[in-house]
Design a binder for this molecule. Sequence first.
Ligand SMILES: [Fe+2]
Ligand SMILES: [Fe+2]
Length: 471
Amino acid sequence: MSKTVLTFIADTHYYSKTLGTEGKAYELRSDSDQKCLAETGEIIDAAFSKLSKSDCDAVLIAGDLTNDGERVCHEEFREKLRKLKETKNVYVVTATHDWCCDCNPRRFEGDRVYNDVPTLHHNELYDFYREFGTDNAFAEYRTTLGTASYAVDIGDDVTLIALIDDKNGRGGAGFKKEHLEWIKEQIKGAKQRGRLPVAMEHHLLYPHISPLITKGARCRDGEHILNEMADAGLKFVFVGHSHIQRIDEYTSPAGNKIYEVNIGSLVGYPAPMVTMTVENGDITVNTERLKTFLHNGEEKNLTEYLARHATKIVSVVFDAAESGDRGLFAGRLEALGIKSEPVMKYYFIIAPVLKKISGATVGSAGKLINSITFGKAIPRESVKALESVKVTQVIDRMMLNVLDGAVKKYSPKDDFYKVVRGAVSAPLRISRKLHLGGKATEFLSELDRVADEALSGGTIDNNYLHIKNEV
Ligand SMILES: [Fe+2]
Ligand SMILES: [Fe+2]
């Protein structure tokens, strides 16, 4: 009889309230982010309190521990880790947001943003977090950043291979050749000792949902790394970074299967905590969502709070267009990281279109799409069934479905599925009708596939997996 239980979380992005929690500049920043800022401490406290009472052998955190590498965030977050460590083993890896790789640390005061925020240099991370990793490791590999990948045995069954994949030495995320060789050695070593090797890193290896959504979140040579890992005998890799909850399987050309579990952000919708149980050779991966937290001393429904916060990044742009305030609209774009100057040249077209979408219902939009596609895109009965639903509500639901791995699954028989897939596939129908071909049609075809994946959640459950006789 043997049992090992690991709980993974990711992208805790701890934000110290000393960096500012109110004023116009803070609100612009907060409203443009799918995850929370000021609330992160309270959400992390709720999660750590729950985990400290759970039956897991270790809590593992897959990088982006802090908001953006600010020293004060690291210091306050480490205190929370130390408290958790009183009851649980804790293992972390750091990632690019832990050494402020964009060199743009910020604090907010009134309507001003200041950059005079001390950050932790990447060379300091090894010592700063050694008590949550390398101190207990039996092997480590130092990266050029001064950080370290490490291997540690947990419980009866598992060897955790915790990896730093910030730099591949060729200008992207990933591993240098020598680092990858070290990883393969750890995988093979664990297997020889009769343990299940489990890897954790920050960036994606597999393009979850579609490269259209996750290409930028992936290690540059992700497929090569997956092949090497799978062929060395690794079956599970847990990643973070995309803030999307997802499980996918991949088979290398040599025929070896590997599962990549993408853990969503703890401080963004849907606040997932992913538990892997290895028991008598069977493996179960189960995602639980943190349901409540104390917000300013008051217990709140976290799922609803985070869903509202996540969808706000779109709704505030619609609201700004509707208000007719050009300055506010430009400010919303800038906060999203979009250069407003070139976009504002087309404000006179963009604003009315956004206003139209904002006021549209499935009934009015469906009729318009069907009139362009000669009634072929969306079945009339489905438009009728959802006619009073606002288009913005559909956009919100789709966004949440992407983030939570389709907790609410839609089948091709559902009216919602028919409406969304029909609307998304309308441009593809037109391009095929006109025999356009080429890159545009390829893009539209991939977009159509993304709609299906987001609606249905893909072929395997993104929140639960059970494999018999694996170890
Ligand atoms: Fe992140
Ligand atoms: Fe990240």
